[in-house]
Design a protein around this ligand. Structure first.
Ligand code: FAD
Ligand code: FES
Length: 462
C-alpha cells in the first residue's frame, strides 16, 4: 500500500500498518515533518478552544462524545509512542487553558465546562488564567501535553523505517488514478497499490473533488524569554482576535510561541502587517527579548468543525484525511488510527464523526480573487511581488532585493484562480483552495501538484 505524505496522518498510518505486517511505501513531496505538522504549535489536547457545546447543539451528545473519544485515542497513542519508541521530541505534560478577556464570554466558558462534563472530559472553571495580563475567566483541561512536532515525526519516521516502511522524500505525487486498485504517479515513475492514502493535508488528486474545506492561514512568532517571566501551560484566547500561547525552546534557550491573526489563505493583501500587530501585542503583554522565529502555517477548516477522514465512498481503496480545523495533532493521529483500522477491515467506535460522506455545506468555500493586482512594474518595490496583465493572461511578478523582476504564471495550476502575493513569506498563495507556491513557481503546499510555469518577460521590462 502507498501513503502519500509524511505528516502526522501519513506517518501514523504508515507505522500502524507496517507494524500490522503490511508492505508500506510513503511518498513525501518535500521532507518528513516540515509542512503543517512541523509548523504547528503542537498542543496535544482534546481542548479545541470551545467545541463540545457546539457539537452537542449542532449534533447531539453522542457525536460530541465520539469526537472526544477519537481525540483521546490520538493523544493516548502519541503518549504511548513517545514512551515506547523513545521519541526525542521535548514532550511535556501541560495544562490547557481556554481564556476570555471580556465579560461577555464568561458564560461561554461555563457552557463549555458543562458540555465537556457531558462527554466525559474533566474541565475546571477558573476566575482567571495564569497569564501576566488581565483575563476574565478560564477553562482548564489538566494534564494535556505539548511537543516539538517536527522532531516527533522525524523520530516516528525512523521507527517506521526500522520496522520496514519505505519512505521516499522529495517525491511529489502528481496523479492518483483508478487502475485495478490505484496507480500513483510521480514525475519519474508510477506505482500500483490496492490501497492509497492521501495524507497530504488536503486531497491532491484522484476521482473525487474535494471542495468542502476552506484554507485558513495563521501567523506565528517565537520570542526569546527569561524563565522568571515564562508562562506555564498552553493557552488559547476565545475572544477575537484570538491568540494562542505556549512555551518552546531553541538552541539559544526558552521561547514564548505566540499565534496571532487568522485569515483565509490568499485573501489578505498585507500579511506582513499582521506580524507587526502580533509583535506589538506580545510586547504589550509579555517581557520578551528578540523575535527569533516567525512563520505562516495553513490548515483546512470544515463547516461543522469536524475533519473528513476515511475511505472515499465513491472510490474504494482510496483514503483521505482533511479539514482538521487547526486541531490535527490529536485529530490527525486519530485519522491515522482510523485509516489503518479501515484498511485492516476494522472500525473504531468513534469513526462516524469523521465520515467523509456526511452532509456538508457546498458554499463553505467561496474562493476569492487575487489581492495583489497592479498595472505597472514600477508599482512593485524591490523584494515585493504583484500580479499584472501580460497579453491575455495574468503573470505573478516578484522582484529580488536588487529590484530585478522574475515572473511565473499567476493562474494556479490546481483550478486556475489568480494567486495573491504573501509579502511576509514571499510566496504566491491561491485564494481558492489554498495552494502555496514559491517565487520560482514550485509547489509548497495545497492541492496543486504542478508548478506555476515560468514566464519570459519582454526585454523592455528588464
Ligand atoms: C498555525 C497552526 C497551528 C496549529 N496548532 C495546532 C495545535 O496546537 N494542536 C493541534 O492539534 N493542531 C494544530 N494545528 C493543526 C495541525 O498542525 C494539522 O492539522 C496537522 O498537522 C495536519 O497534519 P497532516 O498530516 O494532515 O498535514 P502535513 O503535516 O502537512 O502532512 C502532509 C504531507 O503531505 C505532503 N504532500 C503534500 N502534497 C503531496 C504530494 N502531491 N505528493 C507527496 N507528498 C505530498 C506534504 O509535503 C506534507 O509533508 C495547527 C495548525 C496551524 C495552521
Ligand atoms: S488551489 Fe484550487 S485553484 Fe488554486
Amino acid at each position: 500500500m502507498v501513503v502519500i505524505g509524511a505528516g502526522i496522518v501519513g506517518l501514523t498510518t504508515a507505522y500502524l500498518l507496517t507494524e500490522a505486517g503490511l508492505s508500506v511505501t510513503v511518498l513525501e513531496a518535500r521532507r518528513v515533518g516540515r509542512q503543517v505538522t512541523g509548523r504547528s504549535t503542537a498542543k496535544i489536547t482534546s481542548q479545541h478552544s470551545l467545541i463540545y457545546r457546539h457539537l452537542i447543539e449542532t449534533f447531539d451528545v453522542e457525536t460530541a462524545k465520539r469526537y472526544a473519544d477519537a481525540n483521546c485515542a490520538g493523544i493516548n497513542l502519541i503518549r504511548q509512542w513517545v514512551r515506547e519508541l523513545g521519541l526525542d521530541c521535548d514532550f511535556e505534560s501541560k495544562h490547557a487553558y481556554a481564556y476570555s478577556t471580556g465579560q461577555s464570554r464568561i458564560a461561554d466558558l461555563q457552557f463549555e465546562a458543562e458540555a465537556a462534563a457531558k462527554v466525559g472530559l474533566e474541565a475546571e472553571l477558573l476566575d482567571s488564567a495564569p497569564l501576566p495580563f488581565a483575563t476574565t475567566g478560564a477553562l482548564c483541561f489538566k494534564d494535556q501535553a505539548q511537543f516539538n512536532p517536527a522532531q516527533y515525526l522525524i523520530g516516528l519516521a525512523r521507527a517506521a523505517e526500522s520496522k520496514g516502511t519505505r519512505i521516499f522524500e522529495e517525491t511529489r505525487v502528481i496523479a492518483v488514478d483508478a487502475d485495478d486498485g490505484w496507480q500513483i504517479k510521480t514525475a519519474r515513475s508510477s506505482v500500483n497499490a490496492k490501497h492509497a492514502v492521501q495524507a497530504t493535508n488536503v486531497p491532491i488528486a484522484g476521482p473525487v473533488r474535494y471542495d468542502r474545506t476552506r484554507p485558513r492561514s495563521h501567523i506565528a512568532m517565537a520570542f526569546h524569554i527569561e524563565q522568571e517571566v515564562a508562562i506555564d501551560g498552553m493557552f488559547i484566547g476565545i475572544d477575537e482576535p484570538t491568540h494562542s500561547l505556549r512555551m518552546g525552546r531553541d538552541q539559544d534557550g526558552l521561547l514564548l510561541v505566540v499565534l496571532g491573526a487568522k485569515f483565509n489563505t490568499g485573501h489578505e493583501g498585507d500579511v506582513a502587517q499582521h506580524f507587526v500587530n502580533l509583535e506589538n501585542w506580545t510586547r504589550e503583554n509579555f517581557q520578551v527579548g528578540d523575535a527569533a522565529w516567525r512563520w505562516v502555517n495553513e490548515d483546512y477548516d470544515t463547516a461543522d468543525r469536524m475533519p473528513f477522514v476515511g475511505q472515499e465512498p465513491k472510490a474504494p481503496g482510496l483514503y483521505i484525511a482533511t479539514g482538521f480545523n487547526a486541531w490535527g495533532i490529536s485529530n490527525g493521529t486519530a485519522a491515522g488510527i482510523l485509516i489503518a483500522k479501515q484498511i485492516l477491515g476494522e472500525q473504531p467506535d468513534w469513526a462516524s464523526v469523521y465520515d467523509p460522506a456526511r452532509k456538508a455545506s457546498k458554499n463553505f468555500n467561496k474562493g476569492g480573487d487575487s489581492q495583489s493586482l497592479v498595472h505597472s512594474l514600477d508599482e512593485i518595490e524591490a523584494g515585493g511581488g504583484a500580479v499584472m496583465n501580460l497579453g491575455r493572461g495574468k503573470i505573478a511578478v516578484c522582484k529580488g532585493d536588487d529590484g530585478k523582476p522574475h515572473a511565473v504564471s499567476a493562474s494556479c495550476t490546481h483550478e486556475g484562480c489568480i494567486v495573491t502575493w504573501n509579502n511576509a513569506d514571499r510566496t504566491w498563495d491561491c485564494p481558492c483552495h489554498g495552494s502555496i507556491f514559491a517565487t520560482d513557481g514550485s509547489v509548497i503546499h495545497g492541492p496543486a501538484v504542478e508548478p506555476l510555469p515560468s514566464v519570459k518577460l519582454p526585454p523592455n521590462w528588464l
